[in-house]
Design a protein around this ligand. Structure first.
Ligand code: 9YT
Length: 132
């Protein structure tokens, strides 16, 4: 059994930060579960372009509020505590956190992330190597 606590991975290599978010990677591909789980903070008032062409991601909001805008349709979905969204079509989108408070999300990826991924210029994470 694997037990990990957020406090144990803060400021380690499993704590990946960019200008608009911090992702605490609790479970990764190397844990051999077939998916990964992260606690992600999207910083208040920011916008991130995301397009996971190589992964499916499901996201559950536990704190804060914001919105997802699909590209190119412009359709907007409000995100607040209790909302789950799943990018089952590798949906290209903007993720925005409202100003005033950070957005706190639990994110799961299939296939699991290796651990050091950050978005490239197109909002993509590189394909994970095949799990052994
Ligand atoms: C919701 C989302 O995809 N945010 C960007 C970071 C990502 N969740 C991650 O790597 O944990």
């Amino acid at each position: 059994m694997i037990v990990r606590r957020l406090q144990d991975i803060l400021n380690t290599e499993r704590d990946v930060k960019t200008e608009t978010w911090a992702s605490r990677r609790l479970l990764l591909s190397e844990d051999k579960m077939g998916f990964s789980i992260h606690e992600t903070t999207i910083f208040a008032g920011t916008q991130t372009h995301i397009w996971y062409k190589n992964h499916f991601e499901a996201v559950y909001c536990v704190e804060g509020s914001g919105e997802v805008e699909l590209i190119p349709s412009g359709e907007i979905f409000r995100i607040e505590p209790g909302t789950m969204y799943a990018l089952n079509k590798n949906d290209n989108h903007f993720l925005r956190a409202d100003s005033g408070a950070d957005l706190r999300l639990v994110c799961t990826f299939n296939p699991g992330l290796v651990g050091n991924e950050v978005h490239d210029a197109e909002g993509v994470y590189a394909a994970a190597p095949t799990e052994k």
